[in-house]
Design a protein around this ligand. Structure first.
Ligand SMILES: Cc1cc2nc3c(=O)[nH]c(=O)nc-3n(C[C@H](O)[C@H](O)[C@H](O)COP(=O)(O)O)c2cc1C
Length: 371
């Protein structure tokens, strides 16, 4: 009996990737009045993107919000903002949030294809399915039931892939229709498709069509349960989906200093804004039939960071944080999406003090596995 080839199952795992939330909305990433040296304007963000790409970050994620709310009074639009960041950088990939409803897939396919030519690829999309009914109401967009929103998003994603790759694209869906449509030019390379959410519908969509699944911050056990669930479902569909987890990083020289910063953020939380956000996202979180949506179980403290980023616990001194990132990788996470209090300084600090430790630990693990 011949032995199995040595290469089977022996490919070293890819290095874990780092992304940061683009602060293209005002107020930063926490609903707190604690002082923040983060700005939502384009000059600040161009410089931040340049710092990020030289600090080991591969991706930046822009957000879409059409209306004010919960501490985010001003918001720049995601596709134009992403384009500006791509034009100011050389290697960074920028992921633009896209909300089906306000956007049609024909428009997104066209916009992304053109930008892809201007900047040499590098533009990805994050298809978000909507959580804020008031926002849809304000701009006169019909608000669909939770699972219908995901059915529409899935068609949206299937259409994007088809339009970007097929010569004459035809599609007869419940939400979108295409007849012998030829997009010219096509993007220079296939744009990656991310999506957000935690609900059953969000996970099932990821397990069928998305390249990447982004989820809210969570404990290691919570993340593992989601990863196992999605990977299991994706395997049944012969699909591979990569997983990105949100975390609000507070890395300081000592753990005591880092915890003090967290205390300051929580002490200065804006209670009215957090409670209003809580009310809205609990509705959204409970809107899915199984009541397991993104924020279904979030506490007041969790919600001081919009996407439960404290729960992931990347709070401490550099080595502690690096080791926790390795634990996330061990349970199957491919990318960590990070928010910071003072973005420019902290992205730089993270790149200087945490990412090299993560790379060293990854190299150690490969050496151990080979020994
Ligand atoms: C990392 C991440 C980024 C997101 N970005 C946005 C965004 O920019 N705009 C938006 O309206 N929703 C955004 N969402 C919301 C989700 O796409 C989704 O609509 C929401 O989480 C509801 O999920 P649920 O189905 O689990 O309740 C984001 C979610 C995650 C996890």
């Amino acid at each position: 009996m011949s032995a199995a080839p040595l290469s089977v199952g022996r490919r070293p795992p890819e290095p874990i990737k780092f992304a940061y939330w683009v602060p293209n909305v005002s107020g930063g990433l926490v609903i707190s009045k604690t002082p923040q040296r983060t700005s939502w304007d384009i000059d600040y963000n161009r410089k931040l993107a340049q710092i990020a790409e030289t600090s080991g970050f591969e991706y930046a994620l822009t957000q879409i919000r059409f209306t004010a709310g919960y501490g985010a009074e001003f918001q720049h639009e995601s596709v134009s903002f992403s384009h500006a960041l791509l034009a100011a950088t050389k290697e960074l990939n920028v992921i633009a949030a896209i909300l089906p409803g306000p956007w049609t897939p024909a428009l997104v396919a066209k916009q992304v294809a053109s930008i892809s030519h201007f900047v040499g690829g590098r533009l990805a999309v994050n298809i978000v399915s909507g959580w804020f009914r008031g926002e849809f109401h304000a701009i006169g967009e019909p608000w669909l039931d939770h699972d219908e929103r995901y059915r529409r998003s899935e068609e949206f994603i299937r259409v994007l892939r088809g339009v970007w790759s097929e010569e004459k694209f035809n599609f007869a869906g419940d939400f979108y229709r295409f007849h012998d449509y030829s997009l010219k030019p096509k993007p220079v390379s296939a744009p990656e498709i991310f999506q957000g959410g935690s609900s059953r519908a969000a996970r099932d969509m990821a397990a069928r069509v998305s390249d990447w699944y982004f989820t809210n911050g969570n404990t290691l056990e919570g993340v593992k349960a989601q990863v196992d669930d999605i990977r299991h479902k994706a395997a049944q569909n012969n699909h591979h989906v990569k997983i990105g987890v949100n975390a609000f990083a507070i890395v300081r020289e000592t753990e005591t200093e880092a915890r003090k910063v967290l205390d300051e953020i929580l002490t200065h939380a804006d209670p009215d804004a957090v409670r209003a956000f809580h009310h809205e996202v609990q509705n959204a979180g409970n809107a899915s039939p199984e009541r397991e949506g993104n924020w279904a179980k979030s506490s007041f403290e969790d919600l001081v960071q919009y996407n439960d980023g404290f729960k992931t616990n990347l709070i401490g001194e550099p080595e502690q944080v690096a080791r926790r990132i390795i634990e996330l990788k061990r349970v199957g996470v491919d990318l960590v999406l990070l928010g910071f209090l003072h973005f420019q300084e902290e992205v730089e600090f993270f790149g200087r003090h945490v990412i090299p430790l993560v790379r060293a630990l990854e190299a150690e693990a490969i050496a151990d596995a080979a020994a």
